[in-house]
Ligand binder design. Structure first.
Ligand code: HEC
Length: 107
């Protein structure tokens, strides 16, 4: 039987590679311009239909943490429907949450 038994050097290379990939991924997620725009567009197309129409409470300019918006959007809240992964992917919802979290009040 052939066993793959990586040498310590190989293992280090492997974790360095994973680390580099992780850093690349987080650098991409942190790119503010595009994430912001994607978040704003989804908010205006979907969330604003209720949240700027006196159906749901105002979300802009409240300085709430992103996790608040994400959690409520994924679970739903009384009259507000839950947004499943097939309704909004994780990256888009994260962008919406970050956009809302740093948004300015409308008026
Ligand atoms: C179909 C209408 C509708 C849509 C679309 C909608 N919401 Fe809501 N949302 C509501 C209603 C109604 C409430 C108030 C529920 C309550 O308080 O009983 C609410 C509440 C919330 C709250 C809690 C606010 C607070 O002050 O307690 C958050 C956060 C929220 N929505 C986020 C979102 C996000 C993010 C989106 C878009 C991804 C979204 N909602 C889309 C109707 C909607």
């Amino acid at each position: 039987m052939i066993r793959f038994n990586p040498t310590p050097a190989l293992r280090t290379t492997g974790s360095a590679l994973l680390l580099a990939l992780g850093l690349a991924a987080s650098a991409q997620a942190a790119s503010p311009a595009s994430a912001d725009d994607k978040g704003r567009r989804f908010y205006e197309k979907v969330c604003a239909r209720c949240h700027e129409a006196d159906i749901g409470p105002v979300l802009l300019g409240r300085r709430l943490p992103p996790v608040f918006f994400k959690t409520i959007a994924r679970s739903g809240f009384n009259a507000m429907p839950a947004f499943r992964i097939t309704d909004v992917d994780e990256a888009t919802l994260q962008a919406v949450a970050e956009y809302l979290s740093t948004s300015k009040p409308k008026n």
